[in-house]
Ligand binder design. Structure first.
Ligand SMILES: Cc1cc2nc3c(=O)[nH]c(=O)nc-3n(C[C@H](O)[C@H](O)[C@H](O)COP(=O)(O)OP(=O)(O)OC[C@H]3O[C@@H](n4cnc5c(N)ncnc54)[C@H](O)[C@@H]3O)c2cc1C
Length: 76
């Protein structure tokens, strides 16, 4: 929890600082050596491509799943 005035300052639109780029909000579903294909049907040509998809941790999302995880002894 933070002060509302601080929370407001932490929400920044990508378009506010990416003034020399284009924000695309769609999963990438295909990549060739020249272009990226997005789920919404666009093709984006690139010179250099950085893939930074992170990774999906299989962490328990709700109370029931967390309790099950403790019972399995994953955290000692
Ligand atoms: C609950 C939690 C708390 C954490 N707390 C801390 C902390 O206090 N301090 C700290 O240093 N680290 C913390 N971390 C770790 C930190 O969040 C990650 O290490 C960091 O965000 C990884 O950055 P990233 O850019 O590699 O990936 P992400 O931040 O995961 O970014 C990857 C992005 O790629 C997008 N993406 C994936 N696949 C596609 C696709 N096919 N097409 C288009 N987009 C795609 C995803 O939607 C996502 O937006 C925390 C993580 C979690 C889960």
């Amino acid at each position: 929890m933070v002060e509302p005035s601080f929370a407001e300052r932490t929400l920044v639109k990508h378009t506010d600082y990416l003034i020399n780029g284009r924000v695309v909000t769609s999963p990438a579903i295909g990549i060739t050596d020249k272009e990226v294909l997005t789920e919404d049907g666009h093709t984006i040509i690139y010179d250099y491509l950085v893939i930074a998809t992170g990774h999906a941790d299989s962490v328990p999302r709700d109370r029931k799943d967390r309790l099950e995880q403790f019972q399995q002894g994953m955290y000692n």
